[in-house]
Design a protein around this ligand. Structure first.
Ligand code: ATP
Length: 451
């Protein structure tokens, strides 16, 4: 079953569609690209924004116990010393002295021979390769000005823990969330936008008192994240919540779950949810000498809260939505002919375009004018797009970008003020009063009442 599911769609199909329809382009393409970096086109940028908004809505806006945060990408280098990234955030690498290729030691099956050029005993001694991207701050490029682009957003939250709880007047249990760019100099970027060198993370750091409720809170967040994927339509059979064993977790973590999706190349991690005890706040208190404990007014005591973290990659999640929504199927076109089509079955909140409005004829000014007016009226409430021309081609295009509804303005519209609405999934067409269109769409796109 695993292989059947995994081969449902190939990465070639996904990357071709992403490029053809303007979801994702290779970064710096006209100069030959740069490995591990990607650009989001007009539809991809909206897709990723929708994914982030969906996360933000559920994790921050719908909770009274989670506050927003946005920390800087470059921080004091000691932040990375305390977090361990400066010392242990690395892969062990060897170089082939003949072809100069660099390999991860744990990826080499046979250390006697270079898999690339076949040379024997050509490897250098294993060396640590730090994954943090280095830069210089200020005009001097010397060791005193070295800084790093953050490899995760979480540390910005930890070092501000006291600032936040004092100013937001929160006490554990409460959370701090942020979405932002992270950078990792991955040795082997690949699988499209799955493993990249610049990416966005959505992280929730949820602080709880050490009063025995911590594992319950951990389970609640796992359940909430499970529900989130399901609410936005990710197939349950291609998603799993893998519980890390004691041996697989870092020594300080009390529990950990990897959220994994069945990609065309196999299972891959989307998110990790972890009970990190007091490890992160302790590490910063030890190195900075500053007190980051919570002061409980009621008991007049200081304590270090426990931490439950959910850390999800937004690029991987956007890619997952794209892959999961993808289907090739036979359908019936408006003339009753069977056609092969590609359709992205996005959830309406995730779809870059929610309603496309067409004029059936390009050269009929009255139809074009009417269609444009209808699109403009819908625009404040939905993500819309205007187009015109051959209806079959228009439908095919909107199916391929996952637009849930297409609205067509034709000659009859001028007579009786009705329009044709065609559903992406059912491919059924209905005549709807133009005056009722907004209610009709709102009901179907957001679940709002039909009247
Ligand atoms: P992996 O094992 O795949 O390298 P990780 O365990 O190092 O990932 P974390 O440090 O737990 O990842 O980061 C949390 C999330 O950030 C991951 O689940 C993933 O969604 C995202 N992420 C991490 N590294 C990358 C990357 N190079 N490209 C895209 N997303 C990433």
């Amino acid at each position: 079953m695993e292989s059947a599911e995994a081969t449902r769609v190939s990465m070639d199909e996904i990357t071709a569609l992403a490029k053809r329809r303007g979801f994702i382009f290779q970064s710096s393409e006209i100069y030959g690209g740069i490995n591990g970096f990607w650009d989001y086109g007009p539809l991809g940028a909206v897709l990723k924004r929708n994914v982030k908004n969906a996360w933000w809505r559920d994790t921050v806006e719908l909770r009274d116990d989670v506050v927003a945060f946005d920390s800087s990408i470059v921080m004091h280098p000691l932040v990375w010393k305390a977090s361990g990234h400066a010392d242990v955030f690395h892969d062990v690498m060897v170089d082939c002295k003949v072809c100069k290729h660099r390999f991860r030691l744990d990826h080499l099956k046979n250390r006697a021979q270079c898999p690339d050029c076949g040379s024997k005993d050509s490897f250098t001694e294993p060396r640590n390769f730090n994954l943090m991207m280095k830069t210089f701050v200020g005009p001097m490029e010397d060791t005193s000005s070295v800084a790093y682009l953050r490899p995760e957003t979480a540390q910005g939250i930890f070092v501000n823990f006291k600032n936040v709880y004092q100013t937001a007047r929160k006490k554990p249990p409460f959370g701090i969330a942020q979405i932002g760019k992270s950078f990792r100099n991955e040795i082997t970027p690949g699988n499209f936008t799955f493993r990249v060198r610049e990416f966005e993370q959505a992280e929730l750091e949820y602080f709880v008192p050490d009063d025995g409720r911590d594992m319950g809170v951990f389970r609640e967040w796992v359940d909430r994240r499970k529900r989130w994927y399901s609410d936005y339509g990710i197939s349950a059979e291609r998603l799993r919540f893998y519980e890390l064993t004691d041996a697989e977790r870092p020594h300080y973590a009390k529990a950990g779950i990897d959220v994994e999706y069945l990609f065309p190349w196999g299972w891959g991690e989307l998110e990790s949810i972890a009970h990190r005890t007091t490890y992160d706040l302790d590490a910063h208190m030890n190195l900075s000498g500053k007190d980051l404990k919570f002061f409980d007014e009621a008991s007049k005591s200081h304590y270090t809260p426990l931490l439950i973290e959910s850390s999800a990659g937004m690029d991987r999640t956007a890619l997952t939505f794209l892959i999961d929504a993808y289907e090739r199927e036979s359908g019936v076109d408006p003339n009753g002919k069977t056609v092969e089509r590609t359709v992205l079955r996005f959830h309406p909140s995730i779809a870059p375009v929610q309603a496309a409005v067409f004029s059936l004829a390009r050269n009929r000014e009255d139809l074009v004018e009417r269609a444009r007016a209808i699109e403009k009226a819908l625009r404040p409430n939905f993500r819309t797009q205007y187009d015109e021309g051959n209806i079959g081609q228009l439908y095919r295009r909107q199916d391929e970008i996952g637009t849930p509804y297409c609205v067509t303005i034709d000659h009859q519209t001028l007579d009786d003020a009705t329009v044709t609405v065609r559903g992406r999934d059912s491919m059924l067409q209905e005549r709807v009063q133009a005056s009722q269109l907004e209610t009709y769409l709102r009901h179907r796109l957001t679940g709002a009442p039909a009247e």
